[in-house]
Design a protein around this ligand. Structure first.
Ligand SMILES: [Zn+2]
Ligand SMILES: [Zn+2]
Length: 157
């Protein structure tokens, strides 16, 4: 993610916080930057690990994650072992996810076809599209056939 994108995302977040009468704090901005520095799916626990040393409390991490979701800068992608998995979407190309129900891995695929469907369906029913989230849940064929699955998660750039 470019510095420019991080700056834009930070600005959006500041505006969102102000509109909610919430404080723009250094901790919140650090968290946003740490999230946007990486192009990975992450859980709150992983983020906690990543910001170790920044002196940010667990409560602030969880609260800020929810604020970033509400603000539309990040989304919840999947549940992995009861942990919510997030990603940032600002500045990224539209994509959707396949979640392996057996291996719990997350695979991304190009969202062009779904975006076209979104446009078509909303147009037909008289809506203006705002966005969509698609999660395909699937079983692991590799695991079924060979007894193990070493596939890496797929992250589109
Ligand atoms: Zn993703
Ligand atoms: Zn698998």
């Amino acid at each position: 993610m470019s510095v420019e994108h991080i700056e834009q995302a930070t600005e959006l977040f500041r505006r969102f916080l102000k509109a909610q009468d919430l404080k723009v704090t250094r901790q919140r901005e650090i968290l946003l930057r740490r999230i946007f520095e990486r192009e990975e799916h992450f859980s709150a626990e992983q983020l906690e690990e990543h910001v170790k040393g920044d002196g940010i409390s667990k409560a602030t991490i969880y609260r800020t994650l929810q604020l970033l979701v509400d603000c539309g800068l990040i989304v919840e992608v999947a549940l992995k072992d009861d942990r919510r998995v997030y990603e940032h979407i600002y500045g990224r190309d539209p994509h959707d996810h396949i979640l392996c129900m057996d291996c719990k891995k997350v695979f991304e695929f190009d969202g062009a076809a779904m975006t076209a469907l979104e446009a078509e369906m909303t147009r037909r029913l008289g809506f203006r599209p705002f966005g969509h989230r698609l999660r395909i849940e699937a079983n692991c064929e590799v695991l079924r056939k060979t007894g193990r699955c070493d596939r890496d998660e797929i992250k589109l750039s």
